[in-house]
Ligand binder design. Sequence first.
Ligand code: MG
Length: 385
Amino acid sequence: MVKQLCILGSTGSIGTQTLDVVRAYPDRYSVYAICANRSVDKLVEQAKEFQPEVVCIADESLYEPLRAALADLPIKVWAGSESIAEVVTMPSIDVVVAAMVGYAGLRPTIEAIKAGKTIALANKETLVVAGEIICELALQHHTPILPVDSEHSAIFQSLVGEDRSEIEKILLTASGGPFRTFSLEQMQTVTAADALKHPNWEMGAKITIDSASMMNKGFEVIEAKWLFGVPVEKIQVLVHPQSIVHSAVQFTDGAIKAQLGAPDMKLPIQYALSFPERLASDFPRADLFALKNLTFEEPDLHRFPNLGLAYEAMRRGGNIPCVLNAANEVVNLAFREGRCGFLQMSDIISQTMDKAAYIQKPTYEDYVQTDQEARKIAEDLLIIH
Ligand code: MG
């Protein structure tokens, strides 16, 4: 049976690599719908190649050029965030690949879960913001959530055939990013261009900055907690600069299982689509003979306070992880635009977490409200700084 895919964020790094997998296995996967935020030209190119039923652009002002470019083809063209929330529920779709960036991924992911679609989740912010709601809904609608994030795919692969009650610890690896060996003084003056030179992984701009600041790893701790039902105290981050061990699980008998491989997102993407099968691929192999050594260090929370802030957000619970995410989206963009220093990002996030109103058991509407409030607080703090 051919699986029909809906790809949210099809023009981004994960989206384009998902299409590579489809290209390699046209007898197994077919593209039913693709959605992008603003990249019209790329979306048109993808639509012409994959001939989906529906193409959707989040930015409504780009509807007209998109429609005009696809006017000769029998493709429905939609625009706006409401349309994206609707497209994911279409009956023919089997799998929704949630690869949008940031908070924008939350609403369509919720709608897709409610419609019973299998979720291949790359948008970690969805679980950071509203992990509890997402997990409850997934349980209620019997919707599998399969991780696309390389670390979570590694944990997921290590857990196949295991009983989750026998997990002692999750060992979540981090590359450490481009500033791993920098002093605090050096980090004061780094720019977005410096941060965008990631040593091992090729990713979109937002996540590359999150990787450099280690907020990405903080988010991944939260993501792992929700995906695998493990409290954050049992999730240990290890800085592993070679990015070969993609993460591991330690069991109650002391055994450790890990998944290793070359740092290439195509494998975790393909595994999320093919699970429980493995499909042959020509992706790069990790040559164990060529590896001189595999090293593991404890993360330095003094130089990378974002990781500590993520643990703190989970300890405080309620809507605080949502505040963490919103403030981070604001400072991440500000840093990329040169409006905020690298170290300043953590200060503003921390202050926003203290200033935002606390809600212990937030509803979806509370999260929407919290997201707006936290963005406003962080924006105001940026002006003062
Ligand atoms: Mg990752």
